[in-house]
Design a binder for this molecule. Structure first.
Ligand SMILES: Cc1ncc(COP(=O)(O)O)c(C=O)c1O
Length: 510
C-alpha cells in the first residue's frame, strides 16, 4: 500500500496559518449565556462586588471570548494540521508510541474518576485505590519485583527515585559508595538522574556488538560502585545477553542492578526482570502500556523494588487490608514523597485498562508482535542496502537503529533530510541522532498495533527516498512539501523558545 499524504493547511492569509484563540476571540463574545440573577435574590443577598472584599476582586484577565462553534472548529483545524498515533505509524524509537485503545480513554474520563478530588479521604475513593493496587500487582507479576510505587511522573523521574533509594540504602548501611555505572548507549536521562541523586557517573563503552563491553565493566567496578543502570534491550534494540553475568558481577561486589524499563515492550511476558537479577527498576508505564507521551507528557514512571529495598519506597504506599485499601505513610526509611497527589492517575488508569484488555497472554503476544514487526522491517531495509551499524547478525528486539551516514557522504543527504521527506509520505519520522554512538542515526520502532500494510508502506517510503537521494538529492533537501508547515529553522526554533502566546507577545513588543 502506498498511501499519499497531504496534510490539511488552514490559512488565514498567505503566511498566516490558523489564528490562535487569542486572535480569534473578542472580549465580550462567549459561548455560554449565564442566567441573570433574579432581582429579588439580588436585593436579598446583595451585589457580588459588595460580598467579595475589594482586595480579593480582580478585573478582566484577558481570556478570549469565542462562540462554541468557533472553539470546536478551531481545535478541529489544529487537529487536522497535526499528526499523531491516531493518524498513522509513529515509529519514534525508544518512545514506544503505541496506539491507545479508546476504551482505556473512556475509563480514564469516567466522571467518577474525573471529578474525584485528589485529596479526597481514602474511604471515599476506594475504587481508584483498588485500580492502583491492582495495577501494582500486575506490574509485579510482569516484572517479578514484589513492591511498587506509582508516584513518579515519568521514566526519568523513576530513575531519580531509584537512584535516591540506592543512595539512602548505602547511607543506612554506612557504606561510602558514590559511583553509578552507565553504558554509553543509555538514554541521556540515566546520566542526569544518577548525577542529580549525587552520584559520580562512570561510562561503560559498547563492545563491537553494541552490548556492554564486559572487560570495561570489570575494570570499572570497585568498592565505590553503588550500582549500574542498564536498559535491556538497549537503545540499539539489542538484548544484553550477558545480563546474568553482569548481575552476578554487581551483586558479588555488593552493588545494585537498576533496570531502565523504557524498553520493556520488547520483553514483557517473556522475561521477568527478577530473573535477570534486577534489584530495582522503573517502568515507562506510559508508552509500554499505551498512552504515548510524545511532546512531553503526562507520563508515569512506576518504580519496582526487591523486598530488601521496599522500606525505601516513597510514601504513601497503597496497602490492602481485607477488602479495603489504605494509604500507608508509616515507612521510616522512605526517601519521602516524590509527587503531589498520587501520581498521574489518568495514565495509570489507561495502563490498567490496557493490561486488563490484554491479559497475561495478550501482554506476551503484543510484545512478540512488536519484535516481529521490528525484525521484518529491519530485514527488508537491510536487503535494500540500509546499514545496520551494530548487531546485524542477530535479531533485534522491538526497535533497531540504521545509519544514514553513507547517504550523507555520497549525496549530501542527512538523516534529517530523510526525516523531512518521510513526512511528505504520511509517515512520522523516527527518532534521529540517537543513540549518540551511531552517526546519522535513524532509530525505528514499530509497535504491535501496526499492520503488515503499514510496515510495507514505511519500507516503500524508505526505498523511494533512497532512490531519490541518488537521483535528485535536492528534492530531499527541500522537503517537506505536503505538510502544513514546510522546513523549519531548527536552531531558531530551539533558541527562541516562544512556548506561549503571551511570551511571544511580550518578546515581540520588547
Ligand atoms: C531508554 C529510555 N530511558 C529513559 C527514558 C525517560 O523516560 P521519560 O521520557 O518518561 O522521562 C526514555 C524516554 O523515552 C528512554 O527511551
Amino acid at each position: 500500500m502506498n498511501r499519499r499524504y497531504v496534510q490539511a493547511k488552514w490559512q488565514l492569509s498567505e503566511g498566516i496559518l490558523e489564528p490562535t484563540v487569542f486572535e480569534l476571540g473578542e472580549i465580550g463574545k462567549g459561548g455560554v449565556v449565564v442566567a441573570r440573577v433574579e432581582d429579588e435574590l439580588r436585593r436579598e443577598v446583595g451585589e457580588l462586588e459588595d460580598l467579595i472584599p475589594q482586595d480579593l476582586q480582580r478585573g478582566a484577565i484577558g481570556l478570549p471570548g469565542l462562540t462554541e462553534p468557533e472553539v470546536a472548529r478551531h481545535y478541529s483545524h489544529l487537529a487536522q494540521m497535526n499528526y499523531g498515533v491516531d493518524s498513522g505509524p509513529y515509529w519514534l524509537g525508544s518512545c514506544t508510541m503505541k496506539y491507545t485503545p479508546k476504551v482505556a480513554m473512556k475509563l480514564e474520563s469516567h466522571p467518577s474518576l474525573r471529578n474525584a478530588h485528589p485529596y479526597a479521604p481514602e474511604e471515599s475513593v476506594q475504587g481508584i485505590l483498588e485500580i492502583l493496587y491492582e495495577l501494582q500487582e500486575m506490574l509485579s507479576s510482569i516484572t517479578g519485583l514484589p513492591k511498587f510505587t506509582l508516584q513518579p511522573a515519568a521514566g526519568a523521574h523513576g530513575e531519580l527515585v531509584g537512584a535516591l533509594i540506592i543512595r539512602k540504602r548505602f547511607l543506612d548501611l554506612g557504606e561510602r559508595r558514590d559511583e553509578i555505572l552507565i553504558p554509553e548507549s543509555a538514554h541521556g536521562s540515566n546520566f542526569a538522574s544518577a548525577a542529580m541523586a549525587g552520584f559520580k557517573v562512570v561510562r561503560i563503552p559498547p563492545s563491537e556488538e553494541g552490548t556492554v563491553d564486559m572487560g570495561a565493566l570489570r575494570a570499572a567496578i570497585s568498592e565505590r560502585t553503588a550500582g549500574m543502570m542498564i536498559t535491556n534491550p538497549n537503545t540499539l534494540g539489542i538484548f544484553e545477553s550477558d545480563i546474568l553475568e553482569i548481575a552476578d558481577l554487581l551483586h558479588s561486589n555488593g552493588s545494585y542492578l537498576y533496570y531502565d524499563g523504557a524498553n520493556l515492550n520488547a520483553i514483557m511476558g517473556w522475561v521477568r526482570l527478577s530473573d535477570m537479577g534486577v534489584d530495582l527498576a522503573h517502568l515507562n508505564v506510559h508508552k509500554t502500556f499505551s498512552a504515548p507521551h510524545g511532546g512531553g507528557g503526562p507520563g508515569a514512571g512506576a518504580v519496582g523494588v526487591i523486598e530488601e529495598l521496599a522500606d525505601y519506597l516513597p510514601v504513601p504506599v497503597i496497602v490492602r487490608e481485607g477488602d479495603t485499601y489504605r494509604l500507608d505513610y508509616d515507612l521510616p526509611k522512605s526517601i519521602g514523597r516524590v509527587r503531589m497527589f498520587h501520581g498521574n492517575i489518568g495514565v495509570l488508569v489507561k495502563a490498567w485498562g490496557y493490561l486488563k484488555l490484554l491479559g497475561s497472554e495478550g501482554v506476551r503476544l503484543s510484545s512478540g508482535i512488536a519484535v516481529l514487526n521490528a525484525n521484518y522491517v529491519r530485514k527488508r531495509l537491510m536487503d535494500m542496502g540500509f546499514e545496520v551499524p551494530y548487531g546485524k547478525d542477530r535479531p533485534c528486539k522491538h526497535e533497531f537503529v540504521i545509519s544514514l551516514s553513507r547517504f550523507r557522504r555520497e549525496y549530501g543527504v542527512r538523516a534529517l533530510d530523510f526525516a523531512k521527506a518521510l513526512m511528505d509520505r504520511g509517515v512520522h519520522p523516527p527518532t534521529m541522532y540517537f543513540p549518540l554512538i551511531v552517526q546519522e542515526a535513524f532509530m525505528m520502532e514499530p509497535t504491535e498495533s501496526d499492520s503488515l500494510e503499514e510496515l510495507d508502506s514505511y519500507v516503500y517510503a524508505m526505498g523511494e527516498l533512497a532512490d531519490l537521494a541518488r537521483s535528485d538529492p535536492d528534492e530531499l533537501l527541500s522537503a517537506p512539501k505536503n505538510t502544513a508547515i514546510g522546513r523549519i529553522d531548527d536552531s531558531f526554533a530551539n533558541k527562541r523558545l516562544w512556548l506561549s502566546w503571551k511570551v511571544y507577545k511580550d518578546r515581540e513588543s520588547s
